[in-house]
Design a protein around this ligand. Structure first.
Ligand code: SF4
Ligand code: MG
Length: 314
């Protein structure tokens, strides 16, 4: 069953110099019930813009986001309120997403109150339950966010989301602001919760190794476009798009200089971004590029029912 359908979504921003930044440029995909769809790409490729458009913070320039077949940007007040309960988001930096003046009990209880999910003892029980489920002791509920570590704060923000019994979670780089030593714990926690709560995730990251562990399907994003989407197994065993191959070939890079060069190599530079319109977005960096790649943007081709790629080679 489809949870979210993103249809030909475009989100453009006008920059101060009047250039148009095409943060999301004609993207379509479906998020199915119970799956973890990974969305990966370098920083600035539009991942967070997609996330924010799906939860309704941004209005699309073109295209639409459907929930249960209905356009979320045309919801009335009541529908929108229900949707904000169903669609929860976990942000990169929990320090920014938790109000420092609120106690944990109120942070986690806030959504329960807004959506009138429970009151009195039932409310408190619910708060205890979600805190327990994310691995936090109930004795901590009267503390403030600054009394917790980064990993614990992320657990609190996950508890806050779970308290609403959402249908899906958008995790926008949920571990990249955390200490390396606790990242695995948080990913394990999210994985466990996804099973226990029967949740659906859109899991955004720039780290392929995390996706290998948590995602059922992976979408590869580059400069506002999805270039390849397939099951996680297919992406790792049979990557097709030249950009996917670059990403995969460079998972373990111990040398920071090599890492830096790779980054520049993949991202290109600002000048490249202002290159003329049309053609494949990866053409400037692709060693397989041919004439047609500079003239016509490839379509999203179906290789098999679960594997799509946007490249003239296929
Ligand atoms: Fe490379 Fe052409 Fe494929 Fe783009 S369409 S990835 S330039 S081969
Ligand atoms: Mg981002």
């Amino acid at each position: 069953e489809k949870v979210i359908e993103v249809v030909k979504l475009k989100k453009y921003f006008k920059e101060r110099n009047k250039n148009v930044l095409k943060a999301v440029d004609d993207i379509s995909f479906t998020l199915y019930e119970g799956e973890v769809l990974g969305l990966i790409g370098e920083s600035g490729c539009g991942k967070s813009t997609i996330a924010r458009t799906i939860v309704g913070y941004y209005k699309p320039t073109e295209g639409k986001v459907l929930y249960k077949g209905q356009n979320i940007h045309q919801f009335n007040k009541k529908q929108l309120k229900n949707y904000t309960k169903e669609a929860q988001m976990i942000f990169q930096d929990p320090s920014n997403s938790l109000d420092p003046r609120m106690r944990i009990v109120d942070i986690v209880g806030e959504g329960i109150d807004i959506h009138r999910i429970a009151s009195g003892d039932e409310r408190l029980d619910r708060i205890y339950k979600v805190l327990n489920d994310v691995g936090l002791n109930r004795s901590l509920i009267y503390r403030f966010p600054h009394e917790f570590s980064g990993g614990q704060k992320q657990r609190i923000s996950i508890a806050r989301a779970l308290a609403l019994e959402p249908r899906f979670l958008i995790c926008d780089e949920p571990i990249s602001a955390l200490d390396v030593s606790i990242r695995v714990q948080i990913v394990n926690l999210l994985k466990r919760l996804q099973k226990n709560y029967k949740l659906t995730y859109l899991f955004i990251t720039h780290d392929l190794s995390t996706l290998k562990y948590i995602a059922n399907r992976v979408a590869i994003m580059y400069r506002g476009s999805i270039l390849e989407i397939a099951t996680t197994e297919d992406i790792y065993r049979n990557p097709l798009h030249p950009y996917t191959k670059v990403l995969l070939s460079s998972i373990p890079i111990p040398d920071p200089d090599v890492e830096k060069n790779r980054y520049i190599e993949i991202l290109g530079n600002r000048k490249f971004q202002k290159m003329s319109e049309g053609g494949c977005k990866f053409r400037g960096l692709c060693k397989y590029s041919k004439k047609i790649c500079f003239e016509i943007e490839p379509c999203f081709n179906e290789i098999d029912s679960n594997h799509f790629v946007r490249c003239h080679l296929y």
